[in-house]
Write a new protein. Sequence first.
Length: 230
Amino acid sequence: MKRLFLTAAMLAGIPLCALPIPSGHSQADRIEKIHARYVFVDTHAHPSRFHRAGIERIQKDELDRYRRSGMDMVVRSVSSDAAYQGGYTSRDGTQARRLPAGKDYPIKAGEAFAFTLDRFSRILKTTEDNDVVLALSPAQVQEAKAQGRLALMAALEGADGLEGSLDNLRDLHRQGLRLLQLVHFRANDLGFIQTEPYQAGGLMSSAEVSCASATGSESSSTCHTPTTKP
């Protein structure tokens, strides 16, 4: 059965300071040798604040900064709960004020997913550049690295924008979504919030159904759930 490429990270952290520096070699030499063997990834980013700012795409200077720092892939996260909580600028320039924790705007059905699609489109717009690749599989990321091209992975920070719909999840996957963080700053159809005040509700049973459906398996281990207090 086909498995979809949903992953929380593609790189285990390597403590560079823990590796001895051979005589006559610099730290840059050491990093270069490590980089030859591993993919360097920024596992959570909002470059150019594309997820909230009134821009069409991630700015080129942001992408150049990642290239200069040696990153091979950047995980760009859309905070889909912003549709409910505000703190963003619309395409027409109007601003939705950020509401206090626990407060939501009274939006209509379909509006949260429309917001998510709009922010997601800014990722796709960025990948129209020939030197940027939409990361759809590990093999594609490795190939992009070999070609000196930056890979961008599309992610959701909170499943709020799915509005509890597996069809919406499948739609986003077809467009390139490869990482789903189930919860963020508000409780949604899949689970409770990841931040204070702590709630011991955990995940809903529907979270397992969503992940299993998305991955084509009975395991939800490929969906990313933020760590909360025990």
